[in-house]
Design a binder for this molecule. Structure first.
Ligand code: FAD
Length: 396
């Protein structure tokens, strides 16, 4: 093999951290590193609920790749991956360009999991990219302005959030903060605005401590969010949702935040998947493919009890860092290390200055959790872009 070609798909948490680690570890002539991403920026997915609700500008959640990649070491291709051909060791982009590789890293993130619920794909929004959240924000504002012209249409002022997991709860927290401002701006009586958070599971935030769940629900209820827990959505239509209970809620805004599956490109490439995610080995390799690695939401890893880890940025970052080191080791003929996740806790925001968290056996509430989340954001920004980026982005 001449200079090995490392091709990284996706500049999300997993792909970007793999790239940055390689950039740090390898000299410019040791490998040909190419990063492909749809956009020339990385977005901080864990912040997307803010621009979606309109409590922060979309720009705040994106980071220019130009500022963090070393052009002497990494060849950046702005393009959309269309297909992966593992047998030929090639990747095809939407513009027809074909890229070849010796090592492939798949970090293409996730797609909404609709669990086969009729109409969701067609009629619901999802918080998944900068473009998607700009659309949600504008739609919400448009609903307020439309209501002012058709005052009998209270369905314009009804907002449905499907899923009371992490994403749904964080979005409700922000939306709860934004609504009073929207009501003032559009001269709308706040009593007319309804936000339903609908969850099929018997609890909000499954997996969290019950005391933290109760705290989160209390905070959100005070912001006007109405929960319907243990209530599956059966169908989504252009006019709202139909619940398994038979109740119909009329609304022009359904935001689906109830789960993700791996990017469908992975399954289409013939990799064995569970809910679109590749069950990788301890070196993050796709089974049967020595030179294909998968990170982030496209990868499935299990804990010691054999339960899958949920897809999180925290794990994607750790996978990217380990994989970057491993690829550098492989290029140099050294041995790779096994990937072992080190969970540092979970933090969820509930809007401005409010949050919940679990760090080891310690439970965090309110402003303490919100501050911890800021500290964790700061650490991440520092990791990818140094002090400059951290100072520029973190909102105090
Ligand atoms: P992503 O970060 O999604 O990146 C995928 C990248 O691939 C993107 O840059 C995308 O543009 C690119 N891409 C996709 N398709 C193509 C294509 N065809 N061609 C080229 N490029 C492509 N996790 C936490 O740990 N903590 C949290 O607090 C938290 N909060 C969240 C809040 C929200 C609102 C959401 C939506 C998620 C949250 N998560 C959180 C989950 C976390 O964001 C994901 O697990 C994480 O982003 C996964 O990283 P990734 O690298 O797999 O993919």
């Amino acid at each position: 093999m001449g200079t090995p070609k490392i091709l990284i798909l996706g500049a999300g948490y997993g792909g970007l951290l793999t790239t940055l680690q390689l950039q740090k570890k390898l000299n410019y002539n040791e490998a040909e590193i190419t990063l492909v991403n749809k956009h020339n920026y990385h977005y901080i997915t864990t912040w997307l609920h803010e621009p979606a609700a309109g409590t922060a500008p979309a720009d705040h959640a994106r980071v220019s790749l130009d500022g963090i990649l070393n052009k002497d070491k990494v060849n950046f291709v702005k393009g959309t991956v269309q297909a992966i051909q593992p047998e030929e060791q090639t990747v095809t982009l939407e513009n027809g360009e074909v890229l070849s590789y010796d090592y492939l890293v798949i970090g293409l993130g996730s797609e909404p999991e609709t669990f086969g619920i009729e109409g969701l794909k067609e009629h619901a929004f999802s918080i998944r990219s900068i473009n998607a959240v700009r659309n949600i924000r504008e739609h919400i504002e448009y609903m307020f302005s439309k209501y002012k012209n058709e005052p009998d249409r209270t369905d314009y002022l009804t907002f449905i959030v499907g899923g009371a997991g992490f994403t749904g709860i964080e979005f409700c927290g922000e939306l709860g903060d934004r609504l009073p401002e929207l009501c003032r701006e559009f001269d709308v009586d706040p009593k007319l605005v309804k936000v339903y958070c609908i969850e099929a599971a018997p609890t909000a935030l499954p997996g969290f401590d019950p005391e933290l769940i109760q705290y989160a629900m209390d905070v959100l209820e005070r912001k006007g969010i109405e929960f319907k827990i243990g209530t599956p959505i059966k169908q989504c239509t252009p006019d709202g949702v139909l619940l398994a209970t038979g109740e119909e809620i009329k609304s022009k805004t359904v935001i689906w935040a109830a789960g993700v599956r791996g990017n469908s490109i992975v399954e289409k490439a013939g990799f064995e998947v569970m809910r679109g995610r590749v069950k990788v080995d301890e070196y993050l390799r796709a089974p049967g493919h020595e030179n294909v690695f998968v990170v982030g939401d496209c990868a499935l890893i299990f804990n010691e009890e054999g339960r899958p880890y949920p897809p999180t940025a925290q794990i994607a970052v750790q996978e990217g860092e380990t994989l970057g080191e491993n690829l550098a080791a492989l290029v140099r003929g050294d041995l790779p290390q096994k990937f072992i996740p080190h969970l540092q806790g979970t933090l969820a925001s509930l809007g401005k200055g409010e949050g919940i968290g679990q760090v080891g056996s310690k439970k965090l509430f309110g402003s303490t959790a919100a501050m911890m989340k800021k500290a964790s954001d700061l650490r991440y920004l520092y990791k990818i872009g140094g002090v400059g980026l951290a100072m520029k982005k973190v909102k105090l």
